[in-house]
Write a protein that binds this ligand. Sequence first.
Ligand SMILES: *[C@@H]1O[C@H](CO)[C@@H](O)[C@H](O)[C@H]1NC(C)=O
Ligand SMILES: *[C@@H]1O[C@H](CO)[C@@H](O)[C@H](O)[C@H]1NC(C)=O
Ligand SMILES: *[C@@H]1O[C@H](CO)[C@@H](O)[C@H](O)[C@H]1NC(C)=O
Ligand SMILES: *[C@@H]1O[C@H](CO)[C@@H](O)[C@H](O)[C@H]1NC(C)=O
Ligand SMILES: *[C@@H]1O[C@H](CO)[C@@H](O)[C@H](O)[C@H]1NC(C)=O
Length: 506
Amino acid sequence: MAIPLFGFHLLFLLSFFASSPNAASASGFHLPSFKSAPVFPRNHANGPPNHKSYRYETRYFSQVLDHFSFKNLSTFQQRYLISVEHWSGPSRPIFFYCGNEGDIEWFAENTGFVWEIAPRFGAMVIFAEHRYYGKSMPYGSKDAAYESADSLSHLTAEQALADFAVLLTDLKQNLSAENSPVVLFGGSYGGMLAAWMRLKYPHIAIGALASSAPILQFENIVPYETFYDIVSNGFKRESVECFNAIKQSWNEIDDQGQTANGLTYLSNLFRLCRKLDSPQELSDWLSSAYSYLAMVNYPYPSAFMMPLPAHPIKEVCTKIDNQPNGTSNLERIFAGVSIYYNYTGEVDCFDLSDDPHGMDGWNWQACTEMVMPMSSSRENSMFPTYGFDYASYEEGCLQSYGVRPRPRWITTEFGGHNLSTTLKMFGSNIIFSNGLLDPWSGGSVLQDVSESVVALVTEEGAHHIDLRAATNGDPDWLIEQRESEIDLVEDWIENYYQQKAALFDM
Ligand SMILES: *[C@@H]1O[C@H](CO)[C@@H](O)[C@H](O)[C@H]1NC(C)=O
Ligand SMILES: *[C@@H]1O[C@H](CO)[C@@H](O)[C@H](O)[C@H]1NC(C)=O
Ligand SMILES: *[C@@H]1O[C@H](CO)[C@@H](O)[C@H](O)[C@H]1NC(C)=O
Ligand SMILES: *[C@@H]1O[C@H](CO)[C@@H](O)[C@H](O)[C@H]1NC(C)=O
Ligand SMILES: *[C@@H]1O[C@H](CO)[C@@H](O)[C@H](O)[C@H]1NC(C)=O
């Protein structure tokens, strides 16, 4: 789940948090959305990447729009990417990436790990797009698909999982690959889907690598504060001064934003393309930068939307802390956040409402099933103090979409309360991998549940770093983490073949 430009997909969420009577939320607090580490530099935002690092064929498959009803047989075309280049033939493994909330080519480009290990397993590789994202649009176009609550009503995780199950079943039949073991991969929301799919469709997939998958970020399973506390700690561990500068900035922004002159001042100081309508807009834009920085706080340079240096939080804090004497706090903040939004030095002005990856479908999901409560505490968080208020969340969803969320549905459908007990008894072959710098790790499974439901946790890892392509800058802990993952997947596949063979012998 990933992006900046990502003040973007939060647009309507911003407006309802901002309109909450809660004084704290007047500072403009919003729910962060999932972002996967984006790879395309900004100037590619309006089109597909102009190069492909991995070779695959793009295909479309006719899917039933509603898997759970028989009265309406509408279909849509689901896109999937496939490579049989390294597949050693029927009965050899299929590696299947569960597409999340964005263009599937973008996830394929960012999931080098799957491409890199496929040859040694003789595995086929498939990246399946999630319905309502990228090119997999029901009703023929994105505008039509996103038109209303009616047209969006089939955008759910259950339907997406059913798409994956139907696609795999049909594809295996077409390729005479009925005996091929399927291993699922996914990062962020895609990781949640991979884990859930292993639980819901054990006859279809033998195991799942669920990277940075916050399947516990629902109801009250984990403390509401964890996400913003982890982001904040990521800054505090670099510098307390930096943490304090950010914490202090919200009131300054609010104070300035009370007058038209102040808004003009802020718009100029932050070099925005158009004048701010409210201080919240700016606070949200800054908040999302800090949250995404924590997600992509990788130990080597990476290209998240735009390129970032290694250890980007350290860089941001160095900028904030080391301005000349006499530099105001907000000027420091601007210098820091420019590392995130303008590392290439090629941005003329900042457009707060960019949505280059078209991920706004997440807003609908957040207003229906994916209610992930979050708060920002006065003590540990550097963000404006904010208490999750379900009533205003619901009100925002009613206003935006005319729907009421069902906050308990996900745990009813997939479990979550007392998850480890359930998984110990009924689950197997799932890897939950997490880096503790990643704010989503707070809602993930961080402890081994059983011998085959395991947690691989790295202190210095960020958002699904293990799924990214190997680089020369990979630290030892990352290399080891990936080796452990490969060993576990190997075991699952070995076991599968052994059990098949044993059945055959009998
Ligand atoms: C299915 O539902 C859609 C939207 O509700 C409608 O446009 C379409 O005509 C229906 N198709 C059938 C076969 O009833
Ligand atoms: C399987 O083959 C049929 C017939 O050619 C085709 O329509 C369908 O799309 C194929 N399935 C997949 C998953 O590609
Ligand atoms: C800023 O002022 C302090 C105290 O006067 C001084 O110790 C410090 O060296 C100055 N820093 C810079 C960057 O000029
Ligand atoms: C981006 O960085 C370049 C190089 O430092 C600078 O000239 C430009 O003004 C910056 N853009 C914004 C919007 O701050
Ligand atoms: C979790 O399940 C175990 C075993 O059924 C039970 O002992 C424990 O009380 C449960 N915990 C919660 C919080 O429900």
